[in-house]
Design a protein around this ligand. Structure first.
Ligand code: PA5
Ligand code: MN
Length: 185
């Protein structure tokens, strides 16, 4: 067994994970496929397609069993045709691998789906959400003003199954509502 050394990172309020190894950005144009838009709606979009929808800062470790990955996600405020900005969403390839999301700043919704079961958890600063590995998960901002930022920890050998979500799309969306801010429908 490899001898490993302890280390620490700084989870910043602005969402940057100081000491990260990988940084990725998903722009509006990369995410349109997740929004089920008609061609007409796509052509009429008022959002800048080069705008960032979310960013991830990730710390890498080897993907052996027992290791833990960690990252921060920053989802920017905004919506597409009243459907709030969100992550692609995935399920873990190894459905025995669970995950924890911890709210750092801003507010949003964690959508969870397993077959025809649906649940959601409202996340804001200090809220820790536990995701069993057999639930597909996606996070969505509920704000038009400030970024929704959360920190995640999960087993390094979980794997990401994005195909699963393509074949089993989320049945619920978080939609802008003039009266209540947002509605899950
Ligand atoms: O591991 C996770 O579940 C998160 O860190 C997500 O990967 C992150 O929020 C980005 O979402 P997605 O991987 O669905 O694009
Ligand atoms: Mn995950």
């Amino acid at each position: 067994m490899n001898l490993r050394n302890p280390f620490h990172l700084q989870v910043r309020e602005d969402g940057i994970l100081e000491g990260y190894d990988e940084h990725s950005i998903k722009k509006v144009k990369d995410m349109l496929v997740c929004y089920n838009l008609s061609e007409i709606e796509r052509d009429a979009l008022e959002v800048d397609s080069e705008q960032a929808m979310y960013e991830v800062y990730k710390k890498n470790v080897s993907n052996e069993r027992g290791r833990l990955l960690q990252c921060t996600t920053i989802i920017y405020p905004g919506h597409i045709n009243k459907h709030f900005f969100m992550t692609r969403g995935h399920r873990h390839v190894d459905t025995n691998c669970d995950e924890i999301y911890h709210g750092v700043s801003g507010e949003g919704i964690l959508l969870l789906q397993r077959g025809d079961e649906f649940k959601y958890i409202y996340i804001k600063k200090g809220v820790s959400a536990y995701i069993p590995g057999d639930w597909a998960h996606r996070t969505v901002t509920t704000s038009l003003e400030s970024p929704f930022i959360f920190y995640s920890i999960w087993p390094a050998d979980s794997g990401y199954d994005y195909e699963y979500v393509k074949n089993n799309p989320f049945g619920k969306n978080v939609v802008l509502d003039e009266k209540n801010g947002f509605v899950i429908q």
